[in-house]
Ligand binder design. Structure first.
Ligand code: FES
Length: 338
């Protein structure tokens, strides 16, 4: 049995069966709703059910609060229809024809750029052309069937290798292996490209880029893509970390600021003492952004980081700086230890 799902405000419709997530049903119909983890954990797919009945499915409490539930919100990557539904969904795009593939790849290089950050480069089979959009991610497929999601840090025009920025998760099942066991020429498998966090190339508004830690990876892809296209929109990059070594490609960001017209870079550290010698900005990175941009009504913001940072930025930038809801593009990542 299938139900009819309608999207507001744009009016698109698609069918969904009772055992299909609303996100999967939308993707099957060629509609790209915002999403990230597809696992009920990151909150990127959260939206409001305006009418109809549905099951929430298995979700992480942090991704959908009791207040969200009371307000009729659902995680579309988990929710399943039990009747025809009307959903509120913004930033819906037509899914394009970039195919999602499962491919083998070989570890080309491993470069430790901070105590807890490794840059991993993967070489694809020579016979394969792998297309993706700047800002998307891949899932590395582990031998036991589990997956780990990592953003692609290089731009699509420069995709001979895939660059991933991997943060060590102490006690994790995968990332300690990247730091201690993985070697050049090891074979991995992945699936991708995935995710809806991509640059809106048709807008002409200034761009504000906001990231924490290895959330820099998809931002790097977007900046290099925009530079390649010759996009002239003003860009400001706010990169937050606890300590200076968390800004593991600080020199690259400074090079962008020196060489890309109308590009500013503002590093922000949150874990410092008063007498550490840091001359730059301090505190929470999205608060530094708000101090500089009290009116974001004519901007787009692209944000990548931990879910708490993304949720705080979403609420504060729209609530206090007039950022339109549809102008906030986010990719929030979770660190799995299982
Ligand atoms: S919670 Fe649905 S995509 Fe992450």
């Amino acid at each position: 049995m299938s139900f009819q799902i309608s999207l507001q405000p744009d009016g698109q419709q698609f069918p969904a069966t009772a055992d299909q997530s609303l996100l999967d049903a939308a993707l099957a119909a060629g509609l790209l709703l915002p999403y990230g983890c597809r696992d009920g954990a990151c909150g990127a797919c959260k939206g409001k059910v305006l009418s109809g009945s549905f099951e929430h499915g298995a979700i992480c409490a942090g991704a959908l609060s009791d207040a969200d539930r009371a307000a009729g919100m659902a995680l579309f990557c988990r929710a399943q229809a039990r009747s025809d539904l009307v959903l509120e969904a913004r930033n819906v795009r037509r899914a394009d024809d970039i195919p999602v593939k499962k491919l083998p790849c070989r570890v080309h290089s491993l470069k430790r750029v901070a105590d807890d950050v490794m840059i991993l480069e993967l070489r694809l089979p020579a016979s394969e052309r792998f297309a993706f959009r700047a800002g998307q991610y891949i899932d590395l497929l582990l031998a036991d069937g589990r997956r780990r999601s990592f953003s692609i840090a290089n731009a699509p025009h420069d995709a001979e290798l895939l660059e991933l920025h991997i943060r060590l998760v102490p006690g994790g099942q995968f990332t300690p292996h990247v730091f201690d066991g993985m070697k050049e020429r090891d074979i991995l498998r992945f699936e991708g490209p995935l995710g809806s966090f991509t640059l809106d190339e048709h807008a002409d508004t200034p761009i504000v880029l906001l990231c924490g830690g290895t959330g820099f990876a998809p931002i790097k892809s977007i900046v290099e893509h925009a530079r390649h296209l010759g996009i002239r929109r003003p860009m400001a990059l706010y990169w937050g970390a606890r300590q200076a070594d968390g800004l593991y490609l600080d020199a690259l960001a400074r090079e962008w600021a020196a060489s890309i017209p109308d590009f500013r870079y503002i590093p922000v550290l949150s874990g410092l003492s008063d007498n550490d010698g840091w001359q730059g900005r301090r505190g929470l990175v999205h608060e530094a952004l708000m101090a500089d941009f009290p009116d974001l009504s004519a901007h787009q913001v692209y944000a990548c980081g931990a879910p708490a940072m993304i949720e705080a930025a979403r609420a504060d930038l729209s609530g206090r700086c007039a950022l339109p809801a549809e102008a906030f593009f986010a990719d929030s990542f979770t660190f799995s230890t299982t």
